[in-house]
Design a protein around this ligand. Structure first.
Ligand code: ADP
Length: 748
């Protein structure tokens, strides 16, 4: 084939699947022969058709599922390191398991990254017999797994776990002082389920290891102060309601209330005020977070459900707690952190599967060098996707929604309603109950319970109200007689900020050639429109509240594209900032490895303080001395890294100010500061280590770290930071500095 034709067939970013289809056909030709064998052979991985035929037979015998050709094609795409786009219900779990077994048989261990702990365990156990038949060992971990269980699971050929469990293990390993305590082996292959959500939507989320505690104290007063300010007078929101900033009047009022200070000369107070304002004006209870059991629980934007392990960056977390008059939760010093993207990029080989990959092809290629392979469905999809129904106001939309539900329910057809947030689910449920319509509401329950409920959403006359992705990964089968009624009917109560989320909701209906339908009800007052298409001329609604003008549909699509573009820009920007730190972290960790597993610390200290070394060596012996040296250098290496992170986070918060001063681009300024600080870091480690080595009491029994002044945090804990999906709050605060500051900077 000439290059020109190849280029035509092979869209940039999209992979050509015809070679995989040929292999699947060849596997079909081997099927009868393999089925006649009593004992299945261990397939040779240099013959993919044989591998597919054996895997198919193993699946048939152990799971009672004969993989369809398209599932083999999907598995082959994964094996060649691509993202397989397969619609909901096409059987990604099985495709993924076949691919994982293939990697394992090639001799490379695989981490299957699941959406949550419940699915990690479910899939590992469900696919267990298939792996066993292929001679591949499998394990899983969850939040409550002990270190021993984890070590055992990581030793398996294939291991299922959520991204946060692996990330937290990696972070804990990075501060291990004993090589025997290290849990996570060298990364090899990651096979990522719901790949778009992990690789794109959650890519920027930092996983954090924190230690020690020092709660901030001024948040409650600032919250009280901010509560007295009025919008439009003291502060303004920008068009997209992503930023809030003080007006000149607001600045004056705050400065007076704080005893006549100058806000712009006290940046820490300004930051605190801005955080409080952000918590007050931009974060809404029951939309962005819930208050439960005296705690703030974040609602994940991409999943529309409570994100139990997540918190905001410390300052914002404290500001929201103060807003809700809750006691400040424990805050700590960040010992180390890694973004989801950084974690995933550790794996030399990646592949993934999801129902919606094409829409993020560009990001997958840019950030991970991944191509998307579009796998056709086994049975063509016959779901009817109706055009959006548009309304002028939210009230009209909600009325129409309830009526639509009542009408369809009267026929016995099951309905699944996807809402945009928790408070909307609850409002709708109340509305339906007032009309005597029974419904199940799914939002913040645990994953296993949600899975059980959502699996019944296809039964006759069932109404299920669910936020975005509650219960995802669970199959919805149609009940008796439901196909005749048209199958599951999915209603979206508004378009999401990304078309992928709309498609995921639609995909709940019409799986495996089932009948089904979907429709979205949209109002021109929805956040999506008011935030992302604020300047657009909107057509008027008719007397019945329905908007019929063609232009309305355009505005909705436009708002969604603007939102998607904004997300991508923020993703790029965050990555620009994290890349430098992640590269530096790799370098420091390489040094750390040499110290942890060798005598690098001893060599360095012996060279820096030869007299002390030989004196001690005679006194306590070489082994004791080496161990003490290791402990000293590890301590200072970890300590200096923590300080470096803290310093760089301050630099980042102040970067816009500094950049203004130096007339540099903020990112260049950040990199300049970061590079200089890193050079200083290694010198500092050496300086402090030598200092400790000269003074620490070291005896034949070893060295007491406390006596040597090496105090590590007594407790550590891990969490995910929920950065606002629209960028770090601090970034936005600083972007919004009033013109006053700029003028002052220019005069300097
Ligand atoms: P996805 O993750 O792609 O939405 P799942 O892996 O949850 O899909 O599978 C959907 C359903 O299809 C499951 O109930 C599974 O048992 C069934 N299934 C998958 N593959 C096959 C097959 N080859 N034959 C029969 N049933 C299958």
């Amino acid at each position: 084939m000439t290059q020109v034709i190849r280029n035509l067939l092979d869209r940039p970013g999209s992979a050509n699947i015809s070679p995989f289809q040929r292999v699947a056909t060849q596997a079909g030709a081997l099927e009868d022969r393999v089925a006649a064998l009593t004992d299945l052979p261990r397939p040779a991985m240099d013959d993919l058709a044989e591998f597919c035929a054996v895997a198919r037979e193993a699946s048939r015998r152990t799971l009672d599922m004969r993989p369809f050709d398209v599932q083999l094609v999907g598995a082959l795409a994964l094996l060649s390191g691509q993202v397989a786009e397969m619609a909901t219900g096409e059987g990604k779990t099985l495709s993924g398991a076949i691919a994982a077994a293939g990697f394992a048989l090639r001799g490379t261990p695989v981490h299957v990254i699941s959406v949550n702990d419940y699915l990690a365990r479910r899939d590992a156990e469900w696919m267990g017999p298939l792996y066993e038949a292929l001679g591949v060992s499998v394990g899983w971990i969850g939040q409550s797994s002990t270190p021993e269980e984890r070590r055992e699971a990581y030793a398996k050929d294939v291991m299922y776990a959520s991204v946060s469990e692996i990330g937290f293990d990696v972070l804990r390993d990075r501060v291990a002082t004993d090589p025997a305590a290290v849990i996570v082996p060298e990364p090899s292959v990651a096979l990522i389920d719901e790949a778009d959500s992990v690789l794109v939507d959650e890519a920027r989320v930092p996983l954090v290891l924190a230690g020690a505690a020092d709660p901030g104290a001024d948040a409650p007063e600032t919250a009280e102060l901010v509560r007295r300010l009025s919008r439009g007078y003291h502060y303004e929101l920008d068009d997209q309601a992503l930023n809030v900033y003080l007006t000149a009047k607001g600045t004056d009022a705050v400065e007076r209330a704080l005893g006549g200070i100058n806000l712009y000369e006290t940046p820490e107070v300004l930051t605190r005020v801005n955080l409080a304002l952000h918590a007050h004006a931009l974060l809404t209870r029951d939309v962005d977070y819930l208050v439960r059991d005296g705690r703030i629980q974040l609602v994940s934007q991409s999943r529309g459900r409570v994100a139990t392990l997540q918190r905001w960056p410390d300052g914002l977390q404290a500001a929201v707690e103060a807003k809700e008059a809750l006691p400040a939760s424990e805050t700590g010093e960040i010992l180390d952190s890694i973004t989801v993207q950084g974690l995933i990029r550790r794996y030399p080989k990646l592949c993934g599967m999801t129902g919606t990959a094409v829409a993020v092809e560009e990001q997958l290629r840019e950030f991970y060098g991944l191509k998307v392979a579009v796998i056709p469905p086994n049975t063509p999809c016959v779901r009817t996707d109706e055009p959006d129904r548009l309304f002028g106001t939210v009230a009209d939309k909600e009325r129409a929604l309830a009526t639509e539900i009542a009408d369809v329910h009267a026929t016995g057809r099951p309905i699944l309603i996807g809402t945009l947030d928790v408070s909307e689910s609850e409002r709708l449920a109340d509305d339906l109950r007032a009309r005597d319509l029974d419904c199940v509401v799914l939002n913040a329950k645990n994953d296993a319970e949600e899975a059980a409920i959502i699996s019944r959403a296809g039964e006759r006359a069932v109404i299920t109200v669910s936020t975005q992705m509650a219960g995802r990964g669970t199959d919805i089968r149609l009940g008796e007689g439901v196909a005749e009624l048209g199958g599951l009917y999915v209603i979206g109560s508004g378009r999401h900020a990304s078309s992928r989320l709309d498609d995921q909701l639609r995909g709940r209906a019409g799986r495996q050639g089932d009948p089904g339908g979907s429709v979205f009800l949209v109002s021109l007052e929805d956040d999506l429109i008011t935030q992302y298409a604020p300047g657009e001329a909107l057509p008027a609604a008719g007397d019945d509240g329905v908007v019929r003008h063609k232009r309305a549909g355009y505005v909705v699509g436009h708002a969604q594209r603007v939102a998607e573009g904004a997300h991508l820009e923020i993703h790029r920007n965050t990555w620009r900032y994290t890349r430098l730190l992640e590269r530096q972290r790799d370098l420091v960790l390489a040094q750390r490895e040499k110290v942890l597993r060798g005598d690098a610390a001893g060599e360095a200290l012996a060279a820096a303080a030869p007299e002390r070394w030989s004196e001690l060596s005679d006194l306590v012996g070489e082994d004791v001395l080496q161990a003490a040296a290791r402990e000293i250098v590890l301590f200072h290496l970890d300590r200096c890294w923590t300080e470096h992170l803290g310093f760089m986070s301050d630099v980042r918060e102040g970067i816009h100010l500094r950049a203004l001063g130096h007339k540099l681009k903020p990112i260049d300024e950040f990199n300049r500061e970061g590079t200089a600080a890193y050079r200083h870091l290694l010198d500092e480690v050496e300086l402090r280590s030598v200092e400790t080595f000269r003074t620490a009491p070291i005896t034949a029994d070893g060295m007491d770290p406390l006596e040597a002044g090496l105090k590590r945090p007594t407790a550590t804990w891990t969490y995910l930071v929920q950065d606002n999906p629209f960028g770090s709050s601090v970034d936005r605060l600083l972007k919004r500095l009033s013109p006053r500051t700029r003028r002052r900077q220019d005069l300097d």
